[in-house]
Design a binder for this molecule. Structure first.
Ligand code: ADP
Ligand code: ZN
Length: 433
């Protein structure tokens, strides 16, 4: 296969000129927020920092962090860096509780976000012959619209299907020969399950080849399950509204880590407790600074997402460093009976068991009781009771070995657990601690 690039010069730029470009863009960004964003003016004043002192990329550490709380406290317009008549789009974060975070785009920001998505699509071999079914939520959430605009740039036919209604999704896939789709990993799993229950064989009945899956943390085992059940390749797509939404980091055809577009984002991995940088390759919290955003530049934004840099160069020739699969948000962590647990540790085990289906739910009740409900796969639903009892105890042992606490386990019928239209809700915490 010949390698394809959307912006080859930028994607394969040697590290030194890339760093020089980053420094110049960082200096411009910092000078701009110093000149016109009162929030950053007061932050700089309190640490006696001036933009003129920023001489190297390492000086980024002198800048203040920007947090989730800063965005909420200065809602809606507090971090905007352009006059109101330059704003052309509003998105909000998909957070379901409390005030949303308002994210503004200028026309140039809209265009640049689409360019980055175009890079991602071309990187995984999409062409103008592809038909993309976009099953993310259209609206205030960045997920669907930003990918939509990027796909149009590459010349794909985009079906703005939106989420849910699996029957209609299947109809669209069949009638219009969908080759690519974009959705959350949990919906991809659900759809695979739906097809199995309705006798649809995707290899025989559909033309699917690839999927872009993102917006939720998911394990390698989940990816493997999606790929095997749908006969496709699934690429991990990472983004967040604060950084334009999708198209921040994306896997290339090697599927080993996600290239983060470093000409647009300055990347740091820090120890979330101390704020200090961690050595390359060590896990920590991803911190991003926008280098090109016009309407709402953000300095050292604390994503709370836990990942690590893959320091080795990638065989695809792109020089932008790769991130490991996000293992979750620092605030996803559950503390159960004094033990720190990430839901992904449980997901990884469940998704690697062929007898299990594709949906699960973790419930926390009473003082510290964990119940894991997991659907059986349609093919194993009629299994003998004896077999199920064995499966149950095998699973409990595996999970206990991983999370060091013993959960209750309930094997339930395929399709019986709730699914959500946007991001999956995997944990219900009803504890009265
Ligand atoms: P919200 O902050 O309300 O969830 P966003 O839609 O901006 O709103 O979500 C961005 C977040 O989604 C990221 O910070 C990250 O936690 C999660 N996310 C997005 N893509 C991925 C991915 N590929 N893997 C893991 N987590 C992801
Ligand atoms: Zn690569």
């Amino acid at each position: 296969m010949t390698l394809m690039y959307w912006q080859r010069d930028l994607e394969t730029m040697p590290r030194d000129p890339l760093r020089a470009l980053q420094l110049q863009r960082l200096q411009d960004t910092v000078a701009r927020v110093e000149a016109c964003v009162p929030f950053y003016q007061s932050q700089f004043a309190s640490t006696r920092f001036t933009a003129a002192e920023l001489r190297t990329l390492e000086d980024v550490r002198r800048l203040p962090f920007t947090t989730n709380a800063d965005l909420r406290n200065h809602y809606p317009y507090g971090l905007v860096a352009v006059p109101p008549n330059r704003l052309s789009r509003l998105h909000t974060s998909s957070g379901t509780t409390g005030k949303p975070k308002a994210i503004f785009f200028s026309q140039r920001d809209v265009d640049q976000a689409a360019e980055l998505v175009a890079r991602c699509l071309i990187m995984v071999g999409a062409t103008a012959d592809d038909v993309l079914q976009n099953m993310m939520t259209y609206g205030l959430f960045t997920g669907a619209l930003v990918v939509h605009y990027g796909a149009e740039k590459v010349g794909l036919l985009v079906i703005p299907a939106g989420p849910g209604n699996s029957e209609r999704q299947l109809l669209l896939m069949r009638d219009f020969g969908t080759t690519l789709f974009h959705c959350t990993p949990s919906y991809a799993l659900y759809l695979a399950d739906f097809m199995e229950r309705h006798g649809v064989d995707p290899r025989r009945d559909l033309k699917l080849r690839k999927a872009l899956i993102g917006a939720e943390a998911h394990s390698e085992a989940t990816r493997a399950k999606i790929e095997a059940s749908l006969g496709i390749q699934a690429y991990n797509s990472y983004g967040l509204s604060e950084m334009n939404g999708p198209g921040v980091a994306f896997e290339c055809e090697h599927q080993q880590g996600m290239h983060l577009w470093e000409d647009h984002y300055l990347l740091e991995i820090i120890n979330p407790d101390t704020g200090d940088p961690v050595p390359d390759g060590d896990p920590g919290e991803l911190v991003l600074t926008t280098l090109c955003r016009e309407a709402m530049p953000l300095l050292r934004y604390r994503t709370r997402d836990i990942t690590a840099i893959i320091p080795e160069p990638c065989p695809c020739g792109r020089t932008h460093r790769r991130l490991r699969r996000i293992t979750g948000r620092s605030d996803d962590m559950l503390i159960v009976r004094g033990v720190n647990i990430y839901p992904q540790q449980i997901e990884r085990i469940l998704m690697a068991v062929p007898e299990l289906g594709r949906n699960y739910l973790i419930e926390l009740d009473g003082l510290d009781e964990m119940t894991i409900k997991v659907e059986l796969s349609p093919a194993h639903f009629d299994g003998h009771v004896e077999h199920l009892v064995q499966l149950e105890s095998r699973l409990v042992d595996k999970i206990r070995a991983e999370i060091l606490t013993k959960p209750k386990l309930q094997l339930v019928a395929p399709g019986s657990l709730p699914i959500s239209e946007g991001k999956a809700k995997r944990v219900i915490d009803r504890r009265v601690l």
